[in-house]
Design a protein around this ligand. Structure first.
Ligand SMILES: Cc1cc2nc3c(=O)[nH]c(=O)nc-3n(C[C@H](O)[C@H](O)[C@H](O)COP(=O)(O)O)c2cc1C
Length: 400
């Protein structure tokens, strides 16, 4: 996201100012050019020399500094593609919200048309102060991207809300939200299922499959990048992704119930979970006991078909996408599934290839849709595949 971009980091006077050093390093590592502006108070917390060495540029601290070129804050404001205010004090938030530009930091911010990201850090009482809340609302409405502080151990020696997010998280959240602003599916609500469903036999045993949920999570991330609100109905808890609401389920029936509820308000549904086609006919209340030399016979009944059920209730504006795990005749089985399930798109993958699919980080798929001819996507990471799938969905959505 920040490769070859010019990123200006504004550091204000919080005890967490030391974290700005990691932020600069991480941005440089991503391939960004960085410059740092510090407030006078920030210099109490971290030496400008540190940030100058890390950013590989002179640090701007004084509005009337001895730069003998143009008006320095205007030049820096025009230079930046992005401005990060990290950490942001209650004071600088108040100044930004009220158009005050009385130092190098605030004057540069005010003169810049760059995308602006701000990560507040302060004591919980300050954070809950009515003026601070009001000022944060103002800058949010002005288009700033606010990375909310987290709950954690504060400098005052207790746990509360107000701690600056870790620099890795600030960059990850900023990246995903900046991409979403330009996304092709901006404002759409997408429901995605992920993981393998679990069918209980007795209190300690169950039937399941080898799905890891990685593809579903990759799709959720790609969908957020494309500007969607995501509901992820999942059997596995892998990671938190900004903009994704997770709903945890176990069985196929539970996954169907939650899918039906979420689909009512959705534009797009992707069935990426590996659902069990069968479940035990009866659930045994107590642990099934071994009996000498007697085999245990299980009777399995069919589970409801989530994709087919959702396909049968979709309206003409809703898009339904399913996955087909096949071991042979991938395209023809995929095309049959497309028609049988009333789906708009089927993502067919060859699960006989142990280098891809299930627990692997890579995948290779064929995208089969009602509108376009089959598209083969060669082996690559699941997040790249997910972005291609989301892109193909956006082509259908935007021509509907
Ligand atoms: C030890 C210490 C820690 C501070 N930490 C914070 C903080 O985390 N967040 C905050 O908003 N203000 C904090 N302050 C208060 C600010 O430094 C003060 O409001 C200052 O005027 C901010 O100036 P600036 O916004 O120009 O950097 C702290 C002050 C001290 C003495």
């Amino acid at each position: 996201m920040f490769k070859n971009k010019k990123v200006l980091i504004v550091v204000s006077g919080s005890v967490s100012a030391y974290k700005s050093a990691s932020l600069v390093r991480l941005l440089i590592k991503q391939g960004a050019s960085t410059r740092v502006v510090m407030t006078k108070s920030a210099e109490e917390f971290i030496p400008s020399k540190t940030l100058s060495i890390l950013s590989r540029y002179e640090v701007l601290t004084d509005l009337f500094s001895s730069y003998d070129r143009e008006v320095v804050h205007i030049e820096w404001a025009n230079w930046a593609d992005y401005i990060f205010v990290v950490p942001a004090t209650a004071n600088i938030i108040g100044k930004i919200a009220n158009g005050i530009a009385d130092d190098a930091a605030t004057a540069t911010i005010m003169a810049s048309k760059a995308d602006k990201i701000i990560a507040p850090a302060m004591n919980d009482a300050m954070l809950n102060n009515a003026a601070v809340k009001r000022n944060l609302d103002i800058i949010k409405n002005d288009g700033w991207l606010i990375i909310d502080p987290e709950y954690g151990f504060l400098a005052e020696g207790y746990e509360a809300n107000g701690r600056l997010q870790e620099p890795e998280k600030i960059i990850a959240e900023a990246s995903i939200r900046l991409q979403a602003k330009l996304g092709k599916l901006k404002g759409k609500h997408i429901v995605i299922t992920a993981g393998g469903t679990v069918e209980a036999l007795d209190p300690v045993r169950y039937l399941t499959n080898r799905s890891s949920g990685k593809m579903g999570y990759a799709l959720a991330r790609a969908a957020v990048e494309a500007g969607c609100h995501v509901t992820l109905i999942t059997t596995v808890d892998k990671e938190d992704i900004y903009g994704v609401t997770k709903i945890f389920v176990k069985s196929t029936q539970e996954m169907l119930d939650q899918s039906m509820i979420a689909f009512k308000h959705a534009d797009i549904f992707i069935a990426a979970a590996a659902v069990s086609d069968f479940r035990p006919m009866t659930y045994v209340e107590h642990k099934i006991k071994k009996q000498d030399n007697y085999p245990l016979q299980l009777t399995l009944i069919q589970n409801p078909d989530i994709l087919k059920t959702i396909g049968s209730i979709k309206n003409k504006n809703q898009i339904v996408v399913g996955f087909a795990a096949e071991t042979q005749n991938i395209v023809s089985y995929g095309q049959n599934k497309l028609n049988q399930k009333n789906a708009d798109m089927i993502i067919a993958n060859d699960v006989s290839n142990s280098e891809i699919g299930f627990s692997s980080d890579d995948n290779s798929v064929t995208i089969i849709s009602q509108k376009y001819s089959p598209k083969v996507v060669t082996k690559q990471s699941k997040i790249k595949i997910a972005r291609i799938i989301i892109d193909s969905i956006s082509e259908i959505v935007n021509t509907n």
